[in-house]
Design a binder for this molecule. Structure first.
Ligand SMILES: O=C(O)c1ccccc1NCC(=O)[C@H](O)[C@H](O)COP(=O)(O)O
Length: 218
């Protein structure tokens, strides 16, 4: 986890994992982090009870991130306390007040921000997040759209906040991963649509191509 949040290079987080076999293959491919989506309306939803069958065995092998949209605090806390996930990712309308107990109790979390314009990037320190994920603005669906946003906003944000780990998300594919790495220099690229054959099913040719693009770019 230390490596992920204090990176010297851009790492990769593959989100929307639903299959145990895909999770093990991500470990075998040396991917830094995986995301499991606990929002019931996501195309990539995995019920916590199913995630609990395979995520514990992956502890220390890959960073296990749980993605939540406006979930009850207790649901998030129990997955963290039961050691099913390492990090929570808040990808909905969670406020600084919602996030505060996680920060105060030392639970690492990523706050995802849908970037509409420069105003989307104000007051981000209020969340006290371990890392920030910048994604395309997606009213109502929140994430996983495959759409990009203006990466110059991300680049400017990172240059003004050099000690805050920032993940870049939204429409990352093998075709644009090198440019995203070179232009933005994020702590990690994060992707769902660009890593799968159908929602929730990973395509390892695509994932290897993205890894290669990141390596070449840095
Ligand atoms: O993937 C989803 O279905 C999703 C739904 C609601 C909130 C978040 C979601 N995904 C979280 C992620 O971290 C995705 O990787 C991120 O939104 C980028 O997705 P994509 O543009 O498809 O690469």
């Amino acid at each position: 986890m230390h490596h992920f949040f204090h990176p010297s290079t851009t790492s990769l987080k593959v989100c929307g994992v639903t299959l145990e076999s895909d999770a093990h293959q991500l470990v075998a491919e040396g991917i830094t982090a995986l995301g499991v989506n606990f929002w019931p309306k996501s195309k990539r939803y995995l019920p916590p009870v199913d995630a609990a069958k395979f995520l514990p065995a992956l502890k220390e092998k890959i960073l296990r991130v749980g993605v939540f949209v406006n979930a009850p605090t207790q649901e998030v806390l129990s997955l963290l306390k039961e050691d099913i996930i390492d990090v929570a990712q808040f990808h909905g309308d969670e406020t600084p007040e919602y996030c505060a107990p996680f920060a105060e109790n030392g639970h690492p979390f990523i706050r995802a921000i849908g970037v509409k314009n420069a105003d989307s990037l104000t007051n981000i320190h209020d969340y006290q997040a371990s890392a920030i994920l910048l994604d395309a603005h997606a009213p109502g669906v929140y994430g996983g759209t495959g759409d990009t946003f203006d990466w110059n906003l991300a680049r400017t944000f990172i240059s003004k906040n050099p000690t805050l780990p920032v993940l870049l998300a939204g429409g990352i594919t093998a075709e644009n991963a090198a440019e995203a790495t070179t232009l933005v220099h994020p702590a990690a690229l994060d992707l769902a649509s660009g890593s799968e054959s159908t929602p929730g099913i990973k395509d390892f040719d695509k994932i290897r191509a993205i890894q290669a693009a990141i390596s070449t770019a840095q």
